[in-house]
Design a protein around this ligand. Structure first.
Ligand code: ZN
Ligand code: ZN
Length: 669
């Protein structure tokens, strides 16, 4: 049983039509041996993908395809993508989950965005164990993103596209020309249906699909009826009013005009008529070409349809008409002199149409799915993120062997890298000695673009600009020691401070389990997206009003909770001594943290999880917010009177116990 995933998108270049036709063909060839899945992850109904992003993506693809050097560049350089980043992250995550749960042998993608996302998903150097086939439905390729997409094979519609890909650097052995995969019946019926021979006094047969310029349709029908030598079939689709109008006219000459509603017999109709009048939808154009039925495009739309038509025009196999009169003119010319012009169009269509393209492509896909014995090495391997754990992936991962247990976690702590009192090794020892299972260090990083951020950057109470790499490196070194000595998972994090002059314009956002620095001047959604792209958690720190003696409220996210709730992985329901009832009441995913700055802060709210002691399991547990609880932690080493602490390593540092809060915006965790 081969598993084949076909990823599609209804973007207007026939992606969808091609995907479904390929599916039908594979099922026809191997009804028992293939498990097939056709998915449109760009569909706004799937995975809450934002409709706006879909349109933005379309626009980017149509207008600025050169942006597609890669997903990151697109994110970075397309201003209107800002605020939509989360949609892409979600899309990536949906795709990752689909790949994991299905583990396909072959993936066919009709839209370059999926290829870029697959590249992203496998950035971590894992090998991709399926064949990736790009199915390029465009008939003309200018500045296409396709050559820059990763892929094992590129299935294309014609020689021109193959040539364009090769010129853009795709190795020729990866390019396969199949033609556009049109509906199966076109191949089956091709030889069985014949048109009347005009040279032998056969009557011209015209197929008029009323799918554009509907208002002028009565006029065109009347003009068609004025030619008693023509036979006309009128397609009205699922439009009752149109159908009534057409039937009323057809009734005046029933022997010459037939009306059909929605039909699955389009291949038969195209094969049985001499010419089709229609708009230039990719599917219709390709079927007409495969059926060698020249086309008169009525009311050409700009955008993808222009591309579809220019393919016909360049081949001199079709014309466009803007007015009803022009439609009739072209018909008269086409049928004149026993259909001389029509024969020329048909002859020009001959090399373009490949009615059996879907079958050949299906065979190829099945073969490649079966051939794959060794995993395909990923050429774009970069160091990278751990991935979220889905139930499906657990079956194959090392987690299968790890037991679930209660884990005591603190994911919001500060060190001397910002305004904390303990160094990284000291905090590791401090938490390690107390049997913590997971610790994330989240020192402050300020937005250098904000005035307050600029000021704070001068104080040494945030990670100094320029030292962020060293910060990541030091924590990275300590991770091994924490694990070896205390069996404690250490994570790198950052608390992004976006401080305004009021509580309502201030935000503190935690990035938990990061693998590389993130530009702190990104806007909040940009930060969240970057955190997610690294597989990290974006957590709102102290999102609600704090009652404790000091600390500046940071309420921006809470003021915009509906906007941010879909983007943020968890909200602090408790921070040190404060507990935020509204977070719990809103049923938001939560964690609780100490916002540790100095030893006495160990006496505070903490998170307890029930899952495997492994970073991805911990993150998953928090994301889905199951088996998560909070606990008010009291230290076993000393009583509630924190001033009587006996801490050998720190005993000679009185400041550790008597810590003065600096009077600055960044002081509060
Ligand atoms: Zn904070
Ligand atoms: Zn903090």
């Amino acid at each position: 049983m081969k598993k084949i995933l076909i990823l599609t998108a209804a973007l207007g270049e026939g992606e969808d039509v091609a995907a479904w036709n390929l599916r039908d063909a594979i099922e026809h060839l191997a009804p028992e041996d293939a498990r097939l899945e056709v998915l449109d992850l760009l569909d706004s109904s799937y995975g809450r993908f934002h409709d706006l992003l879909r349109h933005t993506f379309l626009a980017a693809l149509n207008r600025a395809p050169k942006l597609w050097h890669g997903l990151y560049q697109l994110l970075g350089s397309t201003q209107f993508m800002e605020g939509q980043l989360d949609g892409l992250t979600r899309l990536r995550n949906s795709l990752r989950d689909v790949l994991r749960s299905m583990s396909p042998d072959a993936v066919v993608t009709t839209c370059p965005i999926y290829s870029f996302l697959i590249e992203e998903i496998y950035r971590d150097g894992r090998t991709r164990d399926f064949t990736l086939i790009s199915l390029i439905t465009d008939v003309i390729v200018h500045d296409s993103p396709w050559p820059r997409t990763p892929g094992d094979f590129y299935a294309v519609a014609n020689d021109n596209v193959a040539e364009a890909l090769a010129l853009a650097g795709v190795p020729r052995e990866k390019i396969e020309i199949f033609g556009f995969p049109v509906q199966l019946p076109l191949a089956r019926l091709e030889k069985k249906i014949t048109r009347p021979d005009l040279a032998k006094q056969g009557r011209p047969r015209i197929l008029y699909l009323i799918n554009s310029g509907r208002k002028k349709a009565p006029k065109i029908l009347d003009a068609l009826l004025e030619h008693p030598e023509w036979d006309v079939t009128v397609g009205v689709g699922r439009e009752p009013e149109l159908e009534a109008m057409a039937r009323a006219r057809a009734s005046t000459a029933p022997e010459r005009m037939e009306v059909v509603g929605y039909t699955r017999r389009m291949p038969q109709l195209l094969l049985g008529h001499h010419v089709v009048i229609s708009r230039a939808e990719a599917g219709t154009v390709q079927e007409a070409v495969a059926a060698r039925c020249p086309m008169i495009v009525y009311k050409l739309n700009s955008g993808p349809e222009e591309g579809n038509f220019s393919f016909l025009r360049e081949a001199n196999a079709g014309v466009a008409a803007e007015k009803p009169r022009q439609v009739i003119d072209w018909l008269e010319r086409a049928f004149r002199d026993q259909g001389r012009l029509l024969s020329l169009w048909q002859k020009n269509l001959e090399p373009l149409g490949k009615p059996d393209a879907a079958i050949h492509l299906a065979r190829f896909v099945l073969k490649k799915a079966a051939e794959l014995s060794s995993p395909v090495p990923n050429l774009h391997a970069l160091p990278a993120p751990e991935e979220a754990v889905t139930t499906a992936s657990r079956k194959n991962s090392k987690l299968r062997h790890l037991p679930k247990k209660l884990l005591l976690c603190d994911l919001h702590t500060h060190t001397t890298w910002s305004d904390g009192k303990l160094s990284v090794p000291e905090i590791v020892d401090f938490y390690g000695q107390r049997g913590f299972d997971c610790l994330c260090i989240t020192d402050h990083l300020c937005d250098p673009k904000r005035l307050l951020g600029k000021l704070v950057n001068l104080t040494g109470l945030v990670i100094p600009p320029g030292e962020i790499e060293a910060y990541f490196e030091e924590i990275e070194r300590e991770k091994k020691r924490a694990w070896a000595k205390y069996d404690m998972l250490l994570m790198t994090g950052v608390e992004f401070n976006k401080d305004g002059y009021t509580a309502k314009t201030s935000t503190h956002l935690l990035g938990v389990d990061l693998h590389e620095p993130i530009d702190p001047s990104l806007d909040i959604k940009g930060l969240i997206s970057e955190i997610h792209l690294q597989g990290g958690l974006a957590i709102a720190s102290h999102p609600h009003e704090m009652k404790s003696e000091w600390g500046k409220n940071t309420l921006y996210l809470w003021e915009h909770v509906d906007e941010y709730a879909p983007l943020i992985d968890a909200w602090e329901v408790a921070n040190r001594d404060d507990i935020f009832n509204p977070v719990g009441l809103k049923k938001l995913p939560f964690i609780a943290s100490s916002d540790f700055h100095k030893p006495k802060h160990i006496q505070s709210w903490k998170t307890v999880l029930y899952c495997e002691k492994e970073a991805s399991a911990i993150k998953h547990c928090i994301r889905v917010n199951r088996d998560v609880s909070l606990t008010l932690y009291r230290d076993h080493r000393f009583g509630l009177d924190a001033h009587n602490l006996e801490l050998p390593a720190l005993a000679n540092d009185p400041e550790v116990l008597e810590y003065q809060e600096p009077d600055l915006a960044a002081k509060r965790g």
